[in-house]
Design a protein around this ligand. Structure first.
Ligand SMILES: C[S@@+](CC[C@H](N)C(=O)[O-])C[C@H]1O[C@@H](n2cnc3c(N)ncnc32)[C@H](O)[C@@H]1O
Length: 229
């Protein structure tokens, strides 16, 4: 069986998102990043999502292919994504779930307009039934999530990764894979998250990967881990 990722229906939607991303990157993105850097006070999720509403922020294509590969290999029943935006990564994950023949993606974003667009994009890619787009704040949604999570993908703002992973921990299946994006690009904001997952006492085995933006891959080994030397 060939991968549905390369079907014209899916590639058309991915290419449309990528070209819109390029346009916005050249116009809006630098202004947004400058505005965010200038502020010294901590952001609430609502303030930060509103401040960044004009940006696109789709992950690079290589991250999309990596997510597809991980989902094919891990064969998760449930994937939880923090940060839907326009659905670029959600489409890769949903395509892999369809090719696996099982599993569902739950993807969360606080921005209702982006959620609407992501639902349309998933539908246009023929993947609507493999993904549920949830409009809400990721920590709140993860806290009340009712299914065991096999694969957690973090791609919202790094400042909230620690709170999201802590909220998700009670739902993580032993052996769950956790992928956190942009941990090199936004290293200062990611620090508390990295300290958490790199401490084996917190129940993770973790490593950082340098791909330009940097990401962290972790396996959840359980709530209380005995470190055997
Ligand atoms: C980097 S973008 C996601 C990109 C997407 N994964 C892709 O590659 O297409 C980050 C998204 O996280 C959302 N977000 C940030 N903080 C959030 C929070 N606390 N709860 C829910 N969504 C949040 C933003 O609205 C934004 O759309």
């Amino acid at each position: 069986m060939t991968s549905s990722l390369f079907s014209p229906q899916i590639q058309d939607v991915l290419n449309r998102i990528a070209s819109e991303q390029q346009r916005v990157d050249e116009t809006e993105q630098p202004k947004l990043l400058e505005q965010i850097r200038r502020r010294e006070a901590a952001w609430t999720p609502e303030e930060l999502v509103a401040a960044c509403a004009g940006g696109y922020y789709a992950a690079p294509a290589a991250i999309g292919r990596m997510l597809y590969a991980c989902v094919r290999a891990v064969r998760p029943r449930t994937v939880f994504e923090f940060g839907t935006a326009y659905g670029f990564t959600a489409i890769h994950i949903a395509a892999a779930l369809r090719d696996n023949g099982s599993g569902k993606l739950y993807t969360v974003d606080l921005h209702s307009g982006k959620c609407l667009a992501a639902r349309d994009n998933l539908k246009a890619a023929g993947l609507g039934e493999y993904a549920e787009v949830i409009t809400g704040e990721a920590v709140a949604v993860a806290s009340s999530f009712s299914r065991p999570i096999d694969f957690l993908y973090l791609d919202g703002w790094v400042d909230f990764y620690l709170d999201v992973v802590r909220a998700a921990e009670p739902h993580l299946r032993e052996g769950a894979l956790v992928h956190a994006d942009d941990t090199g690009k936004f290293a200062a904001g990611a620090r508390p998250y990295l300290d958490h997952v790199r401490d084996p006492a917190n129940g993770f085995v973790s490593l950082g990967v340098s791909d330009g933006q940097g990401f962290e891959l972790s396996a959840y080994t359980g709530p209380s881990v005995q470190v055997v030397s």
